[in-house]
Design a protein around this ligand. Structure first.
Ligand SMILES: Cc1cc2nc3c(=O)[nH]c(=O)nc-3n(C[C@H](O)[C@H](O)[C@H](O)COP(=O)(O)OP(=O)(O)OC[C@H]3O[C@@H](n4cnc5c(N)ncnc54)[C@H](O)[C@@H]3O)c2cc1C
Length: 267
């Protein structure tokens, strides 16, 4: 680890002002991705801005037909939230399936989506529900937020404040997990919200993506057989020591059908 300054602001305004003033500063929330990057010397910030004292970034609330979750909310809090379990249980399931106890007790929603790991679970939930990310500067629809591998639409120093998730008529997330890390080898999120069907895939490509031809087929008939023959071409999918691109392509179709089945049965 290289040496750096440590700052612990007490408001978003102060955090944003520090981020503007300090060149090469990095934000830190749960530290589950940032600390390993520091330890491995993959990141060399001159200063760390710790977001953990910002009450504005905490909390879960139901606002109309949306569930709004503060960026600093831990995965374990989302998994156990009565509001989430009652209004959008699929999100509690997504959070409960992330990593292990330590990761869930420390990792945050904001950190997970800002990091945009190609195999992370929350990006699939945001894209699969058509959520909106609110930062200290603007609202960003999920469709425009995830821009590439470990890349997002966030500008340097921009701070995620919360995410607003529309409630779904039905939704499910199925992931085929890597047994060692528990990250998704492939994960598929399917939802139907006010007649609008979305299918989002994580783990299969450099960045989370939607499968529009599956969405169209499911909008006509929300049933597993409607997508049984739809394959995402392997050409642009990831191939690594865990799985080849052809296998990942196969998994997308299988998991998407299972997700539709689960959404229909409410499990
Ligand atoms: C062993 C292990 C297993 C894991 N398994 C899974 C898994 O199965 N599924 C999964 O999805 N994830 C998994 N993760 C990742 C985990 O979900 C992390 O919590 C997440 O990637 C980062 O969240 P964090 O709060 O720890 O962020 P940090 O590590 O603190 O920060 C990560 C990045 O986000 C930025 N950031 C943090 N908060 C904000 C904010 N509010 N606004 C703007 N930028 C911000 C930081 O600057 C940094 O660039 C795993 C991690 C580990 C270590």
């Amino acid at each position: 680890m290289y040496a750096f300054e440590y700052h612990r602001p007490s408001s978003i305004k102060e955090a944003a002002s520090l981020a503007r003033k300090l060149a090469d500063a990095k934000l830190i929330a749960g530290g589950q991705s940032m600390v390993p990057a520091l330890k491995l010397r993959l990141a060399r910030p001159t200063a760390m801005i710790d977001l953990n004292d910002l009450p504005e970034l905490r909390g879960i609330s139901v606002v109309g037909t949306n569930v709004v979750i503060g960026a600093l909310t831990r995965h374990a809090e989302v998994a156990a939230s009565k509001d989430v379990l009652m209004t959008l249980p699929v999100l509690a399931k997504v959070a409960a399936g992330i990593g292990d106890h330590q990761v869930r007790n420390m990792g945050t929603l904001g950190g997970a989506i800002a990091n945009n790991d190609p195999a992370a679970d929350y990006p699939a939930a945001l894209l699969g529900l058509g959520a909106t990310v609110t930062t200290n500067k603007r609202d960003i629809p999920a469709d425009k937020f995830f821009t590439g591998m470990y890349e997002t639409a966030l500008k340097p120093g921009e701070i995620i404040a919360s995410v607003s998730f529309p409630m779904a008529k039905r939704a499910a997330y199925i992931k085929f997990r890597n047994p060692a890390s528990r990250f998704a080898l492939v994960g598929v999120f399917v939802s139907e919200t006010a007649g609008n069907v979305r299918v989002a895939v994580t783990g299969a490509a450099p960045c989370v993506f939607r499968v529009k031809n599956m969405e169209k087929a499911l909008a006509s008939k929300f049933a597993p057989e409607a997508i049984a023959r739809i394959r995402v071409p392997a050409d642009n999918l990831n191939s690594d020591l865990h799985a080849g691109a052809e296998y990942r392509s196969h998994l997308i179709t299988v998991l998407a059908q299972r997700a539709v089945e689960a959404a229909l049965s409410g499990k």
